[in-house]
Design a protein around this ligand. Structure first.
Ligand code: ZN
Length: 239
């Protein structure tokens, strides 16, 4: 059974109630969740499930299940006594997720500052990176940092839009990432639009306005092969 993905419509939800569907060796399934499962380069969420008894189950990580739109919540220790049918209160590790959202949205900007095909990417709460198929002579850390921060300073609001698979097929230029297939569901694809800056398929969690990123710094640019360069960034503030 598909899990209702609450973060898709509202990435700012920190708490919700859900019903336990299954408790298996691979993880806990719920009828709805605000925990983002690892995917598209973004780390899975962590947090807690609180039972009616007040007991909490610590969720260390979240992964996709085998069926589309199913989510497995991975408990830090075996969730003794947790039963299907039980109602639980979900609480996200919000400071961690918010850093992921800010870094993730910053990578959308980075992909605009560096106009080259993206061959990979990864986002943890500490740092984010994109790999580019590019002539290394075109990469300059100071320029990348300055141009990305200039985009952040515009403070543009982000928008989620949905298009059909057929519409996406008609516009293949929307797909910048060669290594990650766009997240397709029931015939429709979710896009993130940053008006005037970026539009691309993405199933991740983003901030509502790019000013929330605050600012970024380039940690390093390193070679990952003859034409492959990895650009790693961190948030420049302490938040
Ligand atoms: Zn995204």
């Amino acid at each position: 059974m598909a899990t209702e993905l609450l973060f898709r419509d509202d990435a700012y939800l920190r708490t919700a109630t859900a019903t336990v569907i299954a408790v298996g060796q691979r993880g806990i399934e719920l009828d709805r969740t605000l925990f983002y499962p690892q995917g598209g380069g973004q780390a899975g969420d962590s947090g807690t499930l609180r039972r009616a008894s007040g007991e909490t189950v610590v969720i260390a990580d979240t992964r996709k299940g085998e069926e589309p739109d199913t989510v497995l919540h991975l408990p830090a220790t075996a969730p003794g006594g947790l039963e299907p049918g039980e109602t639980v209160t979900l609480e996200l590790d919000w400071p961690r997720r918010y850093r992921l959202m800010r870094l993730h949205t910053a990578l959308h900007l980075l992909s605009c500052v560096i106009p080259a095909p993206v061959t990979g990417g990864n986002i943890t709460p500490e740092k984010g990176r994109l790999d580019f198929d590019i002539d290394p002579a075109l990469l300059d850390a100071d320029r990348i940092e300055g141009e990305t921060n200039a985009l952040i300073a515009r403070g543009t609001a982000t928008e989620t839009v949905w298009i059909s698979d057929a519409e996406l097929e008609a516009q293949p230029e929307l797909v910048k990432t060669m290594s990650v297939k766009p997240p397709r569901g029931a015939g429709r694809v979710r896009l993130l639009r940053i008006p005037g800056i970026d539009l691309q398929p993405c199933g991740g969690t983003h901030v509502a306005g790019i000013a929330e990123i605050g600012g970024i710094r380039v940690l390093k640019i390193r070679s990952e092969g003859r034409r492959n360069r990895r650009v790693e960034i961190a948030l420049s503030g302490n938040g």
